[in-house]
Design a protein around this ligand. Structure first.
Ligand code: SF4
Length: 556
């Protein structure tokens, strides 16, 4: 926009990117014939860019962006389509999925009040958010928009339900190249941190920042939101594609772009189109060395997902094998709804969610149980598609380099794959239960007189300080160090090529428990994705192996 670009034409345009463009007043299209028409000096009617869009999106585009649209909305000058009522009594008894029920609780009605009796896929409107968060990659730009359009001294709407995080670039200085330093990129990264700090202070917004006594962060945004903030039935928005993480306790949580972050600070709501849901049922009992990560890598490898049919839909995970998973493990699957390209991921909150709220939040049972009331999908709810899997048929998986969808069973790897770097951490695999898994494998290895292989560097990075303290209490840190693993304070770090554990050569083979292995994301190496069990077992073996639990192994 600053470079004067007015139109973006591409083969396909991802949801958050497209919404950012619309919000900024930059037009988008997938129609390549426009190029010649524009080159030929033809005038293109605005209707060509609004065709097929819903009523609200059309008006946002016509107003030239979300901010001018919202100003008009507050002046009651825009037309907000009523969420259809096919006879109130019929609508209020419409069978809904869990996500639809949560949307219905949060959508604004035509009077601007929160809550409608029912929604269905395709309904558009504004939904009030219970929690809005952003990190240092995004907050500064949103803050600049806020100061420019709303005013330098203006106050955000309800600072108490906004949270900021310093998590992405805490360790950047340790791995950034001299060349990039010379370009001033480290200074720019520091500016991001400072701008976020200043804005938080000025606005009275809670910032989970850097540690005072040592290097590291308080935690990765998704880890802290799950540990300390999100509640079943909430609608949460965050400036990051892995915001669906907290769907593990039954929230609708989704990623939004910078422009939506900025607008939500003014209106406390977010523009949404109610998505369709896909129900993914995993029946039966899993093997003891199989984890939620293996389930999600399996799901990502399915044709339905690989062909893009799941894009922008809600992934609702269910079935006995999911019910058996803890909230930490469920979060691995809701987090990676982002790799599916889904709108979000969700699991109906049950006894495991109640236990989580009691153990991790100190909530009393009655309060925790009351929170999950009514939070289930109706038996007659409609889904765009249902996927059924048998947990017993799934063995440990890897995704081969280049794409999280390149899933195959470890036992299908034709030749031994030696690894140089093993990495356990990030929002996906830096939780308490992930640490249980690294510790179980390394404790087993120590008992057998083994350690991390001499040819491998194994990094274990906590997702949050709460997880670090958990590891200290359980004696895991001692086990990690004794086995030869390198232990790192919380941050996104290597996941985004900004911390210890990144690869430095194209031929370097990495096995990581993180969520994505797109080329170059975590350095130039060849990254395999796997579960915490497989990552730790491979670090000990020196090549990719399935973890084989010893007889003394206790399933976590
Ligand atoms: S750990 Fe990686 S995937 Fe998770 S929030 Fe940070 S950068 Fe994103």
């Amino acid at each position: 926009m600053c470079a004067g670009i007015k139109v973006v034409i591409a083969e396909n345009i991802e949801r958050i990117y497209k919404q950012n463009c619309q919000n900024l007043g930059v037009l988008t299209s997938t129609d390549f014939s426009l190029i010649d028409r524009i080159r030929g000096g033809q005038e293109i009617p605005l209707s060509e860019f609004t065709a097929g869009e819903d009523e609200i999106t059309r008006q946002v585009i016509e107003y030239g962006g979300l901010f001018p649209f919202n100003v008009a909305r507050m002046q009651k000058k825009v037309f907000l389509p009523q969420i259809e009522e096919a006879g109130k009594s019929v609508r209020s008894t419409r069978a809904m999925t869990l996500a639809e029920k949560i949307f219905a609780r949060h959508m604004l009605n035509e009077k601007g009040e929160v809550g409608v009796s029912a929604v269905k896929p395709g309904d558009t409107g504004f939904a009030q958010a219970d929690l809005r968060f952003s990190h240092e990659y995004v907050t500064p730009m949103a803050a600049m928009f806020f100061e420019r359009y709303v005013g330098k001294d203006a106050k955000v709407n309800d600072a108490s339900s906004i949270i900021f995080f310093r998590d992405h670039l805490t360790f950047l200085d340790e791995v950034i190249s001299e060349e990039k330093k010379k370009l001033g990129l480290l200074d720019l990264a520091t500016q991001l941190k400072l701008k976020q700090q200043d804005f938080a202070l000025k606005q009275g917004i809670k910032l989970h920042g850097e540690l005072k006594d040592r290097k590291g962060s308080e935690g990765i945004c998704h880890a802290i939101v799950l540990e300390s903030y999100a509640l079943p039935g909430q609608l949460n928005i965050g400036s990051d594609s892995h915001t669906p993480h907290v769907g593990a306790i039954g929230c609708v949580a989704f990623g939004i772009g910078t422009t939506d972050v900025f607008n939500s600070w003014i209106t406390k709501d977010v523009r949404v189109k109610v998505p369709e849901s896909v129900r993914i049922v995993i029946r039966g009992k899993k093997h003891s060395n199989v984890t939620a990560k293996d389930f999600i890598l399996k799901i990502l490898s399915l044709e339905y997902v690989r062909s893009g049919k799941a894009l922008a839909k809600v992934m609702e995970y269910a079935g006995e094998a999911i019910e058996e998973l803890s909230v930490d493990e469920r979060a691995t699957m809701t987090n990676m709804a982002a790799e599916i390209g889904g709108f979000t991921g969700i699991v109906a909150p049950d006894k495991k969610a109640v236990d989580f709220l009691m153990e991790r939040r100190g909530m009393d049972r009655r309060k925790a149980e009351s929170m999950i009331e009514g939070l289930y999908s109706d038996p007659e709810a409609q889904y765009a598609h249902v996927i059924e899997l048998d947990a017993a048929e799934i063995t440990p998986m890897v995704a081969t380099p280049g794409d999280p969808g390149n899933g195959k069973y470890v036992r299908e790897l034709n030749t031994p794959v030696p690894v140089e770097i093993a990495y356990g951490g990030t929002c996906t695999a830096g939780k308490n239960e992930d640490m249980d898994m690294y510790a179980a494998v390394l404790a087993d290895a120590l008992k057998q007189g083994k350690r991390v292989a001499g040819s491998v560097k194994f990094y274990i990075q906590f997702g949050s300080q709460e997880t670090r303290e958990y590891c200290l209490r359980k004696g895991y840190v001692e086990v990690f160090k004794k086995a030869g693993a390198l232990v790192i304070e919380p941050s996104c770090g290597a996941c985004i090529n900004a911390g210890p554990g990144v690869s430095t050569r194209p031929d370097q083979v990495v096995i990581s428990a993180q969520n994505r292995n797109f080329p170059g994301r975590s350095g130039p190496g060849q990254m395999y994705l796997a579960s915490p069990f497989t990552v730790a077992a491979s670090a000990v073996a020196g090549y990719i192996v399935e973890y084989e639990p010893s007889e003394t192994f206790v399933e976590v």
